[in-house]
Design a protein around this ligand. Structure first.
Ligand code: ATP
Ligand code: MG
Length: 452
């Protein structure tokens, strides 16, 4: 009792006994929890185990947001959980947990984790390398990152179990790391990125002690496996609060580790406008429930790098199309070292970029062929951003806007006069044509322009 009282007096010091908040103390109701999560919790409890909704879902509900998914925590081991369900699988090698299929849902059930003891559990910077030791609920609470992420909701009693002062932080809209911030960031530097993202997404203030070490510890991001950085950046960019999150990343000095090229890009005024516009657009789409693809977003973030490299090559007299492909590969390679953009996204990113010069061709059959392209819409959205950020004339964007919505007769009418005969053009390629933008700059007089 005294310990519990003391724990409450000393902020950040975890209690071994939880503070319970019944249904009168908050507004979370079991009707807000998915059917699958309720069923799985009930079954575990009926088998004599503890079972709770935990983490992001409880936090989101307390703050008045709709959770994406419902994760469960229990004192049952994976081997005890599995036989209770018809369709359940133990997954993960390092961090073993159970996926229970409940109707259309997959419910993730993890066993309470404790602290790791012993030597080889951290690298030389303090980063924890293992986290697969089972523990009790109090230990499970304090190994989590932020106080608001360490709350447990029991649907059967509609009560919230709080070991770390998370409920008070929810009320104060404060994001506070559990324990000593420097140690916790060293254990897992991803927590710095998570903090920035969650604060932006949920409209929270990062508590002073939690924010303070970030600029100094930011370089630790470099020690993380690139795939983890990518996962976190993907979440951040698709959160609906990308503008705010990126601003905050820069504010805390965290962007060097995640997007090393971002500095360079943002130094160019056109690059800055382009990225701002792309992020604002994405945030808006996320908020109104439209789909957004990470590939498109990464294509926008890296475009001005490609452009710089491409323009440099063209200025040296290289042929535009091969030069573009070389530039694309170079930029993706540079990013791969830090960000590990998965291969499956690379194809789409490249396609979006490679289609851009095709928008400049507005004669003959080519515009019709481009319109038929399965990725036309995304490539056009990309063109729109280029136009509205000042990189290319908006006239070209408007032309394509009209062209795609016009009927056949109108389209024929819109076509530009065909340029010089193909054979002749082919022979003269590479001599006069320095910049494909030139065709865009003089869209009304392609035949009189010097390159043709
Ligand atoms: P969201 O899913 O909205 O991005 P989340 O908090 O649910 O946010 P998850 O990655 O789903 O994020 O993690 C689930 C829970 O696991 C978190 O709420 C937190 O309690 C714990 N957790 C996640 N990442 C870490 C970490 N790096 N260190 C400690 N605990 C973590
Ligand atoms: Mg989650």
């Amino acid at each position: 009792m005294i310990r519990r009282f003391l724990a409450r007096l000393i902020p950040g010091r975890p209690a071994t006994e939880p503070r319970l908040f019944g249904p009168d103390a908050h507004r979370v109701r079991r009707t807000q929890i998915s059917r699958g999560a309720i069923d799985v919790t009930r079954k575990l409890q009926q088998a004599g185990f503890k079972a709770f909704i935990v983490g992001g879902a409880v936090r989101d509900l307390l703050l008045g947001f709709q959770p994406k998914d419902f994760d469960l925590a229990t004192d049952a081991t994976p081997e005890q959980v599995k036989p209770l369900f018809r369709r359940a699988f133990i997954i993960g090698r390092r961090f073993r947990l159970v996926h229970v299929l409940a109707g259309p849902e997959t419910i993730e059930v993890s066993t309470f984790r404790g602290r790791q003891a012993g030597e080889d559990t951290a690298d030389e910077h303090g980063r924890l390398l293992t986290d697969n030791v089972f523990g009790n609920q109090a230990e499970d609470a304090v190994r989590r990152d932020f106080t608001i992420n360490a709350l447990y909701f029991d649907p059967s009693t509609e009560s919230v179990w709080d070991y770390v002062g998370g409920v008070a932080d929810v009320k104060a809209k404060k994001l506070r790391l559990i324990g000593d911030p420097v140690t916790r960031y060293r254990e897992d530097p991803v927590r710095m990125l998570r903090g920035v993202r969650l604060a932006a997404k949920l409209g929270l203030r990062i508590e002073k002690k939690t924010a303070m070490p970030i600029p100094t510890l930011a370089p630790l991001i470099h020690n993380l496996p690139p795939a983890r950085i990518f996962d976190e950046m993907e979440k951040l960019l698709l959160s609906g609060h990308a503008v705010e999150s990126l601003r905050s990343l820069r504010h805390h000095g965290l962007h060097h580790g995640v997007l090393p090229l971002l500095d360079v890009i943002l130094e160019q005024p056109l690059g800055q406008r382009f990225i701002d516009l792309a992020l604002e657009n994405t945030d808006e789409r996320v908020r109104i429930g439209k789909s957004v693809t990470p590939a498109f977003l990464f294509a926008t973030l890296l475009w001005h790098e490609v452009l710089a490299s491409w323009n440099a090559a063209k200025a040296k007299g290289e042929r535009p199309t091969p030069a573009l492909f070389v530039a694309m590969d170079r930029v993706l390679e540079q990013q791969a070292e830090r960000l590990a953009i998965p291969r499956r996204f690379e194809a789409v990113i490249k396609e979006t970029w490679a289609m851009q010069p095709r928008f400049e061709q507005r004669a003959g059959q080519r515009p019709f062929r481009l319109l038929e392209h399965p990725r036309f819409r995304a490539a056009y959205d990309f063109l729109w951003l280029r136009g509205h950020s000042g990189e290319i004339p908006v006239e070209l964007v408007d032309w394509w806007e009209r062209f795609q919505h016009a009927d056949t007769a109108e389209r024929e009418h819109m076509l530009r006069p065909d340029e010089a005969p193909k054979k002749k053009r082919r022979r003269s390629r590479g001599r006069g044509r320095k910049d494909s933008r030139a065709t865009v700059d003089a869209p009304d007089a392609p035949s009189s322009s010097s390159e043709h």
